[in-house]
Every structure is written in structure tokens, then in C-alpha cells.
Design a protein around this ligand. Sequence first.
Ligand SMILES: *Cc1c(COP(=O)(O)O)cnc(C)c1O
Length: 381
Amino acid sequence: MKFGTKAIHAGITPDPSTGAIMTPIFQTSTYVQKSPGNHLGYEYSRTHNPTRTALQQNLAALENGKHGLCFASGLAAIDAILKLLKPGDEVISTNDLYGGSYRLFTKVFEKYGIRFQFVSMDNPEDLERYITPNTKLLWVETPTNPMMNIIDVAAVAAVAKKHQILMAVDNTFATPYLQNPLNQGADIVMHSVTKYIAGHSDVVMGAIVVNDSKLADDLAFLQNACGAVPGPQDCFLVLRGIKTLHVRMDRHCQNGKTIAAYLKNHPKIAKVYWPGFEDHPNHAVASRQMRDYGGMISFNLKDDKKESAFKLMEHLHYFSLAESLGGVESLCGHPASMTHASIPKAERDKVGLSDSLIRLSVGIEDVEDLKNDIAQALEKV
Ligand SMILES: *Cc1c(COP(=O)(O)O)cnc(C)c1O
């Protein structure tokens, strides 16, 4: 099955009792048993729910993986992955990553004796410098948020294999349509489903896909034991969203390309970060591991003032100023004070996340309207 067919059919079967073509919302907490332990595969909805099962199977298929697990949010999914570790274990993470992941690592898990190193992964060979016998997990985000760096998943996976370290990739920005880390050697792929996968800014959810059955069992144990599961209504909404993932992504990529080129040629703009540019430092890696370059773009202004960035965002009509990304509607955000405010300024400066940096999630509106919107707002700056 090719991607578009999987998006619509994988894991989905018409409801056997009615023939309903859409997976029903099994809004139930429990399931009747004939006698203790004699049931139809479902006992309690924290452990299993049929709407969730359909979604988990669908997501696994989209990532070319064997096992899918859904969580109440992207962070709940990351939380489960980190709970595979124990005190004394070490994690090496990308140094430019989602602010909430950084907060979870440093403010929650460091307290439990897990050590984190945040490093540039531009040269995966350099990773060996940070590896110790206690290193148990490599955490990779690519494209990175918000600097749009690209990390070579296959090269990092080779280092992980050599040292027998688990490797996880946060694939939220690329989506399974553009990139499949499991195929490039990663052990775990994680998504904030909230973003492109659900795609309509109406659900918060996370997911993990793996191939290894032992790893799947361990994660399923944590999913049930810790209990951060999504409800059936949300699973239904995500199933519906996924049916158009490939169509939406094509338009996000197309619009992203047009907007990135427009920004790059604008006299008031200093720098545009988008992996589709041939002069992007990791363009070759992006072309190898991604099918297209996506609709996430960051840029800063020539005058590099926070006030000018704010003014620009206040004058945009179609790019709503909001946290999050990946919905059908365009959004803009100011990472330094919004998504990445939980990262200390010194750390932000190290990766080039300046106070004038603006991040766009280019939606699937008519691109001429989006371009005109940016043009009029830039005139006000
Ligand atoms: C939003 C996001 C998360 C966290 O997901 P939630 O669903 O908000 O908990 C993790 N990683 C990336 C890259 C994100 O954009």
C-alpha cells in the first residue's frame, strides 16, 4: 500500500455489528466479560479502546512500523520514552529542540537522576565524544524547532547501533509523509499528533511507533501503568484528520516553498531558515532523508529588534499569532517568548534563536493571499 491509501485504509475496518464505514467512537470505560478473563480483547479503556486501536494501527502503518501507541499529548509520549530509563542513565539530545521537551528533560527527569547533554548533531561522528557507558538514549529532533537544522538520521543511527544505544526521533515537523526515521535506523519515532497529523488545531495528542516487540511491550506497559492515554473522541478526530494528511502536506510544502522564496528576496529580511534552500547548510541531508521540505519557516528581520518582530506579527491577518503549528490555517509565533521561553536566553543565543526570530507555520490557504498578507505587514515595520 502506498502512503495515501494507508492514510485512508490502514488499521480501519468497517464496524462488524453495523457496517459503519467510519470507526465508531467507543465512548466506554469498560467492557462486559462472560466470566473473569473471558472477554473480547477489551477489559478497560486505559489499557485498550477500539477507537484508539484503529488509530494506533494506522499510525504504525504510516511510519512503516509494527507497533503504534497513542498518548494524551506529545509530551506524555516523550515522558513514556524517558521512563524506559533509570537513575544514572544518560541522554544525549539535539541542542535545538522543542522547549517543552527541554523543560521535561531538565526540570522533571534530571530530578530523578537522569543526566542530559544538549549537543549539536551537525557532525554525527562528534557524538562519540559525549558517549559514556551510561548513555542509554539519543534524542533527535529534525528538522529542529525553530532553527530548521537538519540532522542526518542514518548517520546518528549508525553511532547509536555501534554503541547499542536507543535512538528516538521526534518526527513532528516532518510527519510520516515526509520522513520515516525507522527506515533510516532509528528505534523509536515520536510525534506530537497535535500538529500536522491531526492537522486541524482541535486535538492534543502524542504517539510513538516502534518495530521491536520488547520495546513495544515496555512502552505499552508504561502507557497503561502511568495512564496518559487519549480518549476515544480525540482518536476519532485524529483518524479523520489523517485521511487527508498526504493532501494537506503537499499543499503545506508547496505554500512553504513559495513563502520561503518570497521572504528570502525581501529587503527587510535578514535570514530565512528553511531546509529546501540549496544554500541551507544541511540541504543535501534534507534531500536524502525527506521527500519534501515542509511548511515550517523561521526568519529574522534586518533590524533584529524584538519590537519590529512584534509589530510585524500584530499586522498579519491570516497568520494568526498562536502557539502550535501544523494546522490547515497559517500561524506565526515568537519562539523566544512563546514556545521556547522555557529555554534560558544563553542557551537560545547559542543556537541563533534571536529575539527577532519569527516562526511561521504556513497553512493551506491560497498562497497569493498569504504572500500579500506578509507584504502588507512588512510595510508597517
Ligand atoms: C508540540 C511539540 C511537542 C509536544 O507535543 P504536545 O502535543 O504539545 O504535548 C513535541 N515536539 C515538537 C517538535 C512539538 O512541536
